[in-house]
Design a protein around this ligand. Structure first.
Ligand SMILES: NC(=O)c1ccc[n+]([C@@H]2O[C@H](COP(=O)([O-])OP(=O)(O)OC[C@H]3O[C@@H](n4cnc5c(N)ncnc54)[C@H](OP(=O)(O)O)[C@@H]3O)[C@@H](O)[C@H]2O)c1
Length: 379
């Protein structure tokens, strides 16, 4: 009996409503692929941004109808011949990277088996982790994109190049301090936990209502990013510390990090998590207005590099799929850390529905912003 798959499709640029209909059942493409039956899907800002702005600017290789979605947890229903870590029936969480350039060929033929807004998803063994019994599918589904983006910024050579968490010495301290601007974002909460697991002290920013939360994840101090004295306060806190660099999330965070890092000793490098985009996003003349905003922003950043000696790069989370860091973290770090409670799926979830048709309401909800929370659809 053939299995019927269904997916939520974005049928054209800026369509206001995803359309749920039948979709090809994914095929195992290589020996290390697995197929899961989706139990929970988490929604990310990029899903909303791609629907709102169209895919041309940042993902020009995509062909409509597009299946969006990066985060999912579910039950394994099939495994490739080379899969050793998973078997049918296992509960897993993994990164869906159907939109990544590495999947261009599939996207050009209008197929998105690795995107997560569907009932059956193709995942890669090396970007998937088992879910321990004490963690629900919903809670686990918030992990992948936030975790991967944080890992890119913290560990990749073109970003902060921090040491990876050392499994053999869990209490190791590097004696260095990293700044994570936007600690209560999904990416930020993953970054705080990864950086502290790797032995770095974390200073962070968020709204005061989330101070206790970011400290519970490992940050040593937190400041309100809206405070008029935030740059001065964090600069002072860095006094006598060796800086390991900054990861910036949220509008204005990069500018804040440029102002702080110019006074710091150590690594003056910024991993830009939030792509510079106008806020709010323009409704008309989108492409020219975005291009103008981005070029002006880049020029100003380049001036900072020249005058203050601060290096920066924009994170592209898809790069973690091939570089070995993703495999190391999903295979060796995350399973143990989740099982032992050393790593917490964060943020908390808010369930916005129980079927693919509910994803749209969730994406509309994301447009209004969330605070320390991830919207999920349980299937
Ligand atoms: N480059 C990549 O590959 C990549 C991949 C994934 C995500 N991202 C980007 O990373 C950023 C975070 O994504 P996410 O999914 O983690 O977001 P999210 O969880 O949806 O972000 C919500 C949080 O943003 C915080 N926030 C809002 N404005 C802020 C500001 N100006 N400064 C600091 N924090 C602010 C809020 O904190 P409070 O409630 O505490 O105020 C809220 O908790 C987004 O810009 C996203 O587009 C980039």
């Amino acid at each position: 009996m053939s299995v019927i798959n269904r997916a939520a499709f974005l049928q054209g640029p800026k369509d206001k409503c995803l359309v749920t209909t039948t979709a090809p059942y994914p095929e195992i493409k290589n020996d290390h692929d697995i197929i899961i039956k989706t139990k929970s899907i988490a929604l990310n800002p990029v899903d909303h941004i791609l629907q709102h702005n169209g895919t041309n600017l940042s993902f020009p290789w995509l062909k409509y109808s597009v299946v969006l979605g990066h985060d999912a947890a579910g039950e394994v229903v099939e495994v490739g011949l080379g899969v050793t870590r998973f078997k049918k029936g296992d509960r897993v969480v993994g990164l869906g990277y159907g939109l990544d350039k590495s999947e261009k060929e599939s996207a050009q033929s209008g197929r998105y088996p690795r995107s997560t807004f569907q009932e059956y998803i193709l995942l890669s063994e090396h970007m998937t982790a088992p879910i321990p019994d004490q963690i629900t599918y919903e809670a686990a589904s918030v992990i992948p994109l936030g975790f991967v983006t944080a890992a890119c910024g913290l560990f990749q050579a073109e970003h902060l190049k921090l040491d990876l968490p050392n499994q053999a010495n869990l209490s190791r301290s590097t004696g260095e301090t990293v700044l994570i601007c936007g600690g209560s974002t999904s990416v930020g909460m993953n970054a705080i936990q990864l950086a502290t697991a790797a032995g770095y002290e974390v200073l962070t920013t968020c709204s005061p209502r989330n101070f206790d939360l970011v400290k519970s994840l490992g940050a040593s101090q937190a400041w309100d990013y809206k405070s008029p004295t935030v740059v001065k306060d964090i600069t002072k806190a860095f006094n006598g510390k060796k800086c390991a660099g900054a990861l910036t999330l949220g509008n204005g965070s990069a500018e804040m990090a440029f102002d702080i890092l110019q006074h710091c000793e150590g690594n003056r490098r910024i991993a830009l998590g939030t792509f510079p985009l106008p806020d709010p996003l323009p409704e008309r003349f989108v492409l020219p207005r975005m291009m103008f905003y981005i070029s002006t922003w880049m020029l100003a950043a380049f001036y900072q590099r020249l005058t203050r000696g601060i290096q920066y790069n924009i994170i592209w989370s898809g790069t973690l799929i091939q570089d070995g860091i993703g495999k190391e973290l999903f295979t060796n770090f995350l399973p143990n850390a989740l099982r032992q409670g050393r790593f917490r799926p964060a943020p908390e979830t808010r369930v916005v529905g129980t079927k693919l048709e509910d994803i749209q309401a969730g994406l509309d909800g994301l447009a209004g912003g969330v605070s320390a929370c991830k919207l999920v659809v349980q299937l």
